[in-house]
Design a protein around this ligand. Structure first.
Ligand code: CA
Length: 234
């Protein structure tokens, strides 16, 4: 049974979340401020966090930032009404998904399920790989992607990639030469199986281009396929 940690300071919302998640069979832990949430996350090692951004004391963004120094646990952020800045900052700090308040409980439950499934698939992949390892290094000129070390280097120097940027780069490189739609990228890299996240893909592609393209405004490695998505050029 997966263990879910809720960090939310609105008592009524916290109670509704506790009830709904418990009803789905999850083990539920809860905290009503950032410090308590961080302590629980680091002592109980939950399988997933639902983390409000606006919290007393340490806010959700800071909790996310600190937690990412120790853990890759999936984090779903709860953001205030359509606050684009919070969403982008949250994703940049390593959150995996976000839900905008007010939200329908079934939407949140679907995303919790999707994130837990994504982690499970990654773990299964890792287990299978140990039996029959796939090529551990992909070389594209001066760009090298080392799958065993979860690292990419450019001209021999390690690139400072956030975990999701690495996942995106490795996914695109494994599927080089193919046109990848934003929807497919979202599903395979983020575990999202719904619309509405294409901006997230675009933002991450932009960050990646700044790190791996000789001239980010005229990309040659990750090219845009108009009206469809992106293609990684081998
Ligand atoms: Ca709040």
């Amino acid at each position: 049974m997966a263990k879910v940690l809720l960090v939310e300071d609105e008592p009524a919302l916290l109670e509704a979340l506790e009830y709904s998640l418990a009803k789905q069979g999850y083990e539920v832990l809860s905290a009503s401020d950032g410090a308590e949430g961080l302590n629980l996350a680091l002592s109980e090692w939950p399988d997933l966090l639902v983390l409000d951004i606006m919290l007393p004391g340490i806010d959700g963004l800071e909790v996310c930032r600190r937690l990412r120094q120790h853990s890759s646990v999936p984090i779903i952020m709860l953001t205030a009404l359509a606050d684009e800045v919070d969403k982008v900052v949250g994703l940049e700090l390593g959150a995996d998904d976000y839900v905008t308040k007010p939200f329908a409980m079934r939407e949140l439950l679907a995303r919790v399920k999707a994130q837990l499934r994504r982690v499970q698939m990654t773990q299964q992949e890792a287990t299978t790989e140990s039996d029959s390892p796939r090529p551990q290094r992909m070389l594209f000129g001066d760009l090298c992607i080392d799958e065993a070390r979860h690292e990419a280097t450019l001209r021999g120097r390690a690139l400072a990639l956030k975990p999701r940027e690495y996942d995106l780069l490795a996914f695109m490189a494994r599927n080089r030469g193919m046109v990848l739609s934003r929807e497919l990228i979202l599903e395979r890299v983020w575990g999202w199986s719904y619309d509405g996240g294409s901006r997230t893909v675009d933002v991450h592609i932009r960050w990646l281009r700044e790190k791996i393209e000789p001239s980010p405004s005229q990309p040659v490695r990750i090219v845009t396929v108009r009206g469809v998505g992106y293609r990684f050029e081998g």
